[in-house]
Design a protein around this ligand. Structure first.
Ligand code: PEP
Ligand code: MG
Length: 746
């Protein structure tokens, strides 16, 4: 059989029809209205390869070193041409034509279809190849459908897909591809719906809606309406009308923009439509047993569900976050990422062992590295020997929403493989066995309106793939995009790419990763910090052998001083940012790390201008994280900056002469030391006089008491860790109200 209809398949058919096809089939089985369509299954592609005899030719061509980018591109091109120019066996072509004809008959007209690829691996139905193959929209007519099915097949061999499979250890011959051919809905209204709150998991359904096609939301072209529906009390509890200046619609097979004029501020959804959507959302959530992120559309008054995915941003359950009592404490450390994780201990001593960590295990190690991120995602909790609140394990766990306790000193000794433990990331303790909370207080969720504050509350990011989760916190932008963890996750040291003549490859990698963040937050501002690479951390990378051995890397070759000497990698970052700006992203800013002198700002600006990036279009600022910068801020401001951000992690260590990573002097490390506050106060005052915005992105920006003081001093924004955004929003709102009240009373 060549073709399967969507209503004939379900979750057990993933290997045959791909994740996308199986998911749509499941929805139909649950009476969810999905646009009509069929799937050219994965066996058909295999049959095509066999019948045309090109399989062995392809496998032969694939015997290359995928690191050789030119060769990879050349081979990919050859294979794709081979597939697209090979004649489709008559029987297969006939069936596809017949299916399309039937689809048109059922719809009463010749319809536009989307032709989407869905790669599959026979023995690994769960393998994720999402987003690697191509999709073709606005396809109409039998000939075009057949041709685009072939194009989807050939997209199994894009350079990216080939590279990915080799990296992940998949054999090319084990991977096939299914193609979903589905009627395109030319919607008058569309959008997305979270069936439950995407961060807290409360039964609040959040719907975003625009007129026309949903791509307008994804691209950030318009601000959608947002409806919040309380599923417990069955009523709409919040409604925000967005400014929808334009809509996208389909005309003669092309997507066109239409100005909406007065209609821009009209409400998109009626109460009845919201209720219908919520009902469908609830059926889907119940079926999958997990809150869903659903794409929907309305055409000629009829609702269609286009896609549904599990929401991955929800925090651990409320009751698990509550205090655990009565358990035997076996280890203590710093409470680095909130939540509670219970599971089996897996001690790993290096990246090579990450496969030991299975879904739901407790990852225990000396200190995590970027190569361990896949295992960190699978872990129920993370425990490390070393580290403070700003170490790799702490920052990444908070972004991934995985509970973590760091700096326990002896986790890898005390905890043994296979032990069951309970990790409380809120209190920084590890209990023996499974410890459940004793008394559970039933709390009825209360629908709360989003908190709006005059002082913006932003979020810190370091893992681009976690950006959508951070954006779901409702933060007002990204106050620090720390690119070091991302770059440490690349295969080679930045200077190695450059020495190997692969600057363009490096720029492209930077661009792709940065784009994920800028896109997730668009149009909210993202301040990208240029590389702050300490020699000790970058030495472990391939090509990092030449990093100088420094007695004190914290005072060494890092930050902007390094960027200006190894200016090639700095230029690569600027070129990646320039690409984003040229693509139309208006929400990009550049921030320089570890500035100590105005000359550094001047030279960095010169390089940026040499690279052809105009600073008039973007935010340009510096970190104030050295006493020097705080003391000469007047001169730095004169170099022409739009903002500064306090890096209190470094500002504290340099002001107090306390190494932030040294446990022996950790008791002296105090961000609230009066000397640190004096420097901060000075900088805010001078920046205000010069119209330069002030912000904070150090760890102290996640501490309510500290933030209260900054708001009193008149800071313009605060950037917190993802898990602290909500708390900091509340703190800021309360402080602002208190200040206003005090002024009124005066
Ligand atoms: C800081 O120093 O406060 C800061 C935010 O930078 P990092 O922690 O990356 O040094
Ligand atoms: Mg710093």
């Amino acid at each position: 059989m060549v073709v399967l209809w969507l209503n004939e398949v379900g979750k057990d058919d993933v290997a045959l029809v791909g994740g996308k096809g199986a998911n749509l089939g499941e929805l139909i089985r649950n009476e969810i209205p999905v646009p009509n369509g069929f799937i050219v299954d994965s066996r058909t592609f295999m049959e095509f390869l066999e019948a045309t005899g090109i399989k062995y030719q392809i496998m032969d061509l694939l015997r290359i070193d995928v690191e050789d980018t030119n060769k990879l591109n050349e081979v990919s091109k050859k294979i794709r041409e081979l597939i697209e120019s090979s004649e489709m066996p008559e029987k297969i072509e006939e069936e596809i034509r017949k299916a399309y004809k039937k689809l048109c008959e059922e719809e009463g007209e010749e319809v536009f279809v989307a032709v989407r690829s869905s790669a599959t691996a026979e023995d690994l139905p769960d393998a994720s190849f999402a987003g690697q193959q191509e999709t073709f929209l606005n396809v109409k007519g039998e000939d075009d459908v057949v041709e685009n099915v072939k194009k989807c097949w050939s997209s199994l061999y894009t350079p990216r897909a080939i590279y990915y499979r080799v990296q992940k250890g998949f054999r090319h011959e084990d991977v096939s591809i299914a193609v979903v051919v589905q009627k395109m809905v030319n919607s008058e209204k569309s959008g997305v719906m979270f069936t439950s709150h995407p961060v807290t998991g409360e039964k609040l359904c959040i719907i975003e809606a625009v007129f026309g096609l949903g791509e307008a939301i994804v691209s950030g072209m318009v601000t959608p309406d947002t409806y919040t529906y309380d599923r417990v009390n069955r009523k709409l509890v919040d409604l925000k009308i967005g400014e929808k200046k334009k809509m996208l619609t389909r005309k003669d097979g092309k997507t066109v923009e239409v100005e909406l004029g007065e209609k821009s501020f009209e409400r998109v959804l009626s109460d009845e439509e919201i209720e219908q959507l919520v009902n469908f959302g609830e059926i889907i959530e119940e079926h999958y047993g997990h809150p869903q992120d659903v794409e929907w559309a309305i055409e000629k008054g009829k609702i269609y569900i286009l896609q549904s995915r599990a929401v991955t941003t929800i925090r651990e359950k409320k009751e698990e976050e509550a205090a655990l009592e009565g358990g035997e404490i076996i280890l203590k450390g710093l409470a680095a990422s909130p939540g509670v994780g219970i599971g089996k201990v897996k001690v790993i001593m290096s990246e090579a062992e990450i496969n030991k960590v299975e879904e739901g295990d407790i990852l225990v190690t000396t200190m995590t590295t970027p190569d361990m991120v896949p295992a960190m995602k699978r872990a129920a909790a993370i425990v490390t020997d070393e580290g403070g609140m700003t170490c790799h394990a702490a920052i990444v766990s908070r972004e991934l929403g995985v509970p973590a306790v760091v700096g326990t000193k002896e986790a890898t000794k005390v905890l043994k493989d296979g032990m069951i433990v309970t990790v409380d990331g809120e209190k920084g303790v590890i209990y023996k066995g499974e410890v459940k909370e004793e008394k559970k207080v039933e709390v009825t969720p209360v629908a709360s309106a989003p908190i709006i504050t005059a002082t913006e509350v932003k979020v810190n990011i370091s893992i681009p793939d976690a950006a959508p989760r951070a954006a779901a916190t409702g933060a007002d932008g990204v106050g620090l995009f720390r690119i070091e963890h991302m770059v440490l996750g690349f295969e080679k040291h930045p200077m190695k790419y450059i020495k190997d003549g692969e600057m363009d490859k490096y720029i492209d990698m930077l661009y792709r990763e940065m784009r994920k963040v800028v896109q997730a937050f668009y149009p909210k501002m993202v301040w990208i910090r240029t590389l702050d690479a300490p020699t000790d951390e970058f030495r472990a990378m391939e090509g990092g052998e030449d990093e100088p051995i420094e007695a004190n890397p914290m005072l060494g070759f890092r930050g902007i001083r390094r960027d200006l000497i190894e200016h090639e990698h700095f230029r690569a970052e600027i070129r990646a940012i320039k690409k984003l700006v040229e693509e139309g992203y208006t929400n990009v800013g550049i921030m320089l790390p570890l500035v100590t002198h105005p000359d550094e700002v001047r030279r960095a600006k010169e390089i940026i201008l040499e690279e052809g990036l105009s600073l008039s279009k973007i935010d340009f600022g510096v970190m104030v994280e050295t006493p020097a910068a705080a003391l000469v801020i007047e001169d730095i401001v004169k170099e022409g900056i739009t903002f500064i951000s306090f890096g209190t992690n470094d500002l504290t260590q340099y002001t107090l002469a306390v190494d932030r990573n040294n446990e022996n002097v950790a008791y002296l490390y105090d961000e609230e030391h009066p000397a640190v506050f004096k420097l901060i106060e000075r900088v805010i005052k001078i920046c205000k006089e010069h119209g330069v915005k002030t912000s904070i992105c150090g760890q102290a920006g996640s501490y309510p008491k500290f933030v209260e003081k900054l708001v009193e001093m008149g800071i313009d924004s605060v950037s917190a860790n993802p898990d602290a955004v909500q708390l900091i929003k509340e703190t800021v709102a309360r402080t602002e109200r208190r200040i206003m009240l005090e002024r009124l009373r005066d």
